[in-house]
Design a protein around this ligand. Sequence first.
Ligand code: IMP
Length: 188
Amino acid sequence: MNRSPDLVDDIAEVLIPEDEIQAKVAELGARVSADFAGLELTLVSVLKGSLPFMADLMRAITIPVQIDLMEVSSYGGTATESSGLVRILKDLSSSIDGRHVLIVEDIIDTGLTLNYLVRYLRGKNPASLRICTLLDKPARRLVEIPIDYLGFEIPDQFVIGYGLDYGERYRNLRFVGVLRPEVYAGPE
Ligand code: IMP
């Protein structure tokens, strides 16, 4: 992997700039606040990629919410392709029985991770279960996922930034972008 000391030097293109992300998050927060007014809502974020989105979205929501965090990893895949085999690294810390649950995801690619998670969370008897994702890559979908709240549909490109990583890097960028091809070229 040929990586520069400064993350920005590895970027080929900014796909979604910071101001567009922030405007979209504000819009999604307003919609969620209106749709769940008066209800018991739990936001379930899927670590690590959803961390910046969750932090911004929860502050754009004006109704009381509880938050919970899960961490899952897909295994058997490569750095840029998921395998669909999902392992739970961190489970919910509170019960969602009878609560309205909104899953907060960074990106839906094949949909395999979320498909697993939805089935897992349905088994915990929530009053309702909806999905909010910042990014959607519909070109690569293998299972149908009903998205209730969507930030941006993007083309079939591997993206990094605003939580998304390549080899655990680039999560702390404020925008969503595409890496220069040379970054993938070298040894890991
Ligand atoms: P899926 O199971 O194929 O939908 O993949 C979901 C997970 O793969 C996401 O939560 C990300 O962690 C990761 N992923 C998918 N596409 C990308 C990408 O373009 N950049 C970074 N991570 C990605």
